[in-house]
Design a protein around this ligand. Structure first.
Ligand SMILES: [Zn+2]
Length: 326
């Protein structure tokens, strides 16, 4: 985004700021954190004193954020550069899909939905490498048009909220829903997770990648951003997924792995990636034994863990084979 444009937009829409309770636990008690905003807006980051969720408060409503996205969000990228942007993002997209496919136990997806599909990198990989029929939402009209040229018109030029409502009303279901670096931009991320549950097949998976606040703030000179309405840590992300009705099969944090230099390609180095499902018993697979993931031990209850251990073990084998790490 362009700083001058963001500051102008902030000044013009300061009157639209609204106070919200915590989206995770509903509490209105919070403490202020003094981290400046990247583009010069006077956004205030707070932390819920009940559950620990970090969010901007006050912040704009959905309509004003939509206007921000239309006004400035991708204004620095020309249409002729969309294909280059897509290409740049392919390695990151490929990795998230590989992780999810480890739990699928297959290199084929039937129907994949990307909420906030941007330049379409993830859907491109899903279509060409995993033979999936792909769908997405993208509020930027130019980008939605670009993606519709690639994906048979299956991209709704709508916000995530509108797109989900549209698909729920049409009773659409998906094997995989991907939310790559989108959750922290949403006005009500926990509410959205609850809605996504309605779009997932019983043996479906949701793959998430989101900025890790702990890793992010550790980097020198970091700032909050007015478009990041929420900041997650591994703990609050797991809590949000549980509140949404999901059981997490796998989670990794770049912060905890501390292995920036070990990551292949142009991968993000300050994010959390996770794969979650509705019913672990509905997943198929035949699994071998190896060591369990430390994060999962911390974040998963013993009863769930007992059911999941065999699957995690096979997944670790899959990762070491396909990515050459761990
Ligand atoms: Zn809370």
């Amino acid at each position: 985004m362009n700083s001058d444009k963001v500051r102008t937009f902030w000044r013009e829409h300061e009157k639209d700021l609204v106070k919200f309770p915590c989206d995770l636990c509903g509490s209105s008690d919070s403490r202020k954190l003094n981290i400046p905003e990247k583009y010069g807006a006077e956004s205030q980051l707070v932390q819920c004193t009940t559950c620990g969720l970090l969010y901007l408060n006050p912040r704009w409503n959905i309509e004003t954020y939509d206007a921000l996205y239309h006004y400035t969000y991708r204004s620095d990228v020309q249409e002729k550069e969309f294909a280059q942007e897509l290409e740049k993002q392919l390695p990151v997209a490929a990795r998230l899909l590989r992780i999810a496919s480890g739990f699928r136990g297959s290199n084929k997806w039937e129907r994949v939905l990307d909420i906030g599909c941007g330049y379409g990198a993830l859907l491109w990989i899903a279509k060409h490498f995993y033979s999936a029929e792909v769908f997405g939402f993208e509020p930027d009209l130019n980008l939605a048009n670009f993606c519709n040229g690639l994906f048979e018109g299956n991209i709704l030029p709508k916000s995530v909220e509108e797109g989900i409502d549209d698909f729920i009303s049409k009773r659409c279901k998906f094997d995989l829903i991907v939310c790559q670096q989108t959750l922290n931009h949403l006005q009500h991320p926990v509410k959205i997770l609850k809605s996504l549950k309605k779009l997932l097949n019983s043996n479906g998976l949701i793959a998430l990648e989101v900025l890790d606040f702990e890793a992010y703030t550790r980097m020198k000179g970091q700032r909050i951003q007015v478009d990041h309405t929420h900041y997650f840590t591994l703990r609050t992300l797991m809590a949000a997924l549980r509140a949404g009705g999901f059981i997490t099969l796998f989670a990794e944090s770049d912060n905890r792995s501390g292995a920036k230099e070990k990551l292949p390609f142009l991968l993000p180095n300050r994010h959390i990636r996770c794969v979650s499902c509705l019913r672990p018993e509905a997943l198929e697979g035949d699994y071998d034994e190896i060591e369990c993931v430390e994060l999962l031990l911390k974040e998963t209850t013993p009863s769930i863990l007992n059911k999941l251990l065999p699957r995690i073990k096979r997944f670790k084998n899959y990762l070491s084979g396909s990515l050459g790490r761990r």
